[in-house]
Ligand binder design. Structure first.
Ligand SMILES: C[S@@+](CC[C@H](N)C(=O)[O-])C[C@H]1O[C@@H](n2cnc3c(N)ncnc32)[C@H](O)[C@@H]1O
Length: 256
């Protein structure tokens, strides 16, 4: 199949189904809840996409707003969180006053932005003192479950070998450093198992070929990409799903 240029707008309608659907959303929401303190009344889910996770964070006494850059993703989020709770904006410039939010959640966004420093700075601006950010970190690296598929990717895997093209901007230590510079201090860690559609050698090769695999793969030189595809093709059990990955969550609290 020919690769088409990736865009979040065209991805929107197949996003949920292709990223583990409600099972992943439920696991992610549970992971986020483990790190959210009591008393969160207003929460923004930034880079919240279709709102599949955000809607699970609502409570009788907690309002949730989804913020995302992409109109196509937000159109789906608006159905899940009606009443103006799906807002188009970038994580670098949020539509909230200073110190106005009790919490921010941010799943699978920080590995995508070109520079995490202004995003973390913006999060610190809109959180109230004592407010909490809970975000995924080390996203690309978490995909490495040590399976034969990961061995086929080998040293090109983020955090293995020289990891050319890996998205290091969401590395835990980097996010902690950015946070420390703007008054956010570590407040806990957790993880969730993402029940993905299942990664088999054949399904992964298809995602790479159609340019829909993780972002680091799109930065590979053609020779490296072809090498991965041929090593994947040589693996046994082409359609057998390998284990699901665990994704790390980090909480940072704004100093009171
Ligand atoms: C991998 S999806 C994650 C969606 C959602 N958090 C989830 O896990 O289901 C990344 C989302 O981030 C959004 N996005 C990318 N860059 C952004 C930015 N700079 N500011 C806000 N949203 C952004 C995309 O439109 C997309 O909806």
């Amino acid at each position: 199949m020919t690769a088409t240029k990736f865009s979040w707008d065209t991805e929107a309608t197949r996003y949920d189904e292709s990223r583990g659907g409600e099972a992943r959303a439920e696991a992610a929401a549970e992971g986020l809840e483990r790190l959210l303190p009591a008393g969160v009344r207003l929460l923004a889910d930034v880079g919240g996409g279709t709102g599949i996770i955000s809607r699970r964070l609502r409570r009788e006494d907690r309002d949730v707003v989804v913020v995302d850059l992409t109109a196509g993703m937000l159109a789906l989020a608006a159905q899940r969180l009606p009443g103006g709770r799906a807002v188009r904006a970038t994580a670098e410039r949020l539509p909230f006053p200073d110190a106005s939010l009790d919490a921010i959640t941010c799943v699978w966004l920080l590995h995508l932005v070109p520079d995490t420093r202004p995003v973390v700075t913006e999060f610190a601006r809109v959180l109230r003192p004592g407010g909490v950010l809970v975000c995924t970190v080390d996203k690309d690296a978490c995909h490495d479950v040590g399976s034969d598929i990961d061995d086929a990717i080998g040293d090109l895997h983020p955090r293995r070998g020289n990891a050319a093209g890996a998205a290091e901007q969401d590395a835990t230590e980097r996010i902690v450093d950015h946070g420390a510079a703007v008054g956010l201090e570590p407040a806990g860690e957790s993880s969730f198992t993402a029940h993905l559609r299942g990664t088999s050698p054949a399904s992964l090769a298809e995602l790479i070929r159609t340019d829909r695999y993780q972002f680091w793969a799109r930065r590979l030189a053609p020779v490296d990409r072809d090498g991965i595809l041929s090593r994947l093709a040589a693996l046994p059990d082409q359609d057998r799903k390998r284990p699901d990955p665990d994704f790390r969550l980090l909480a940072l609290r704004k100093k009171a």
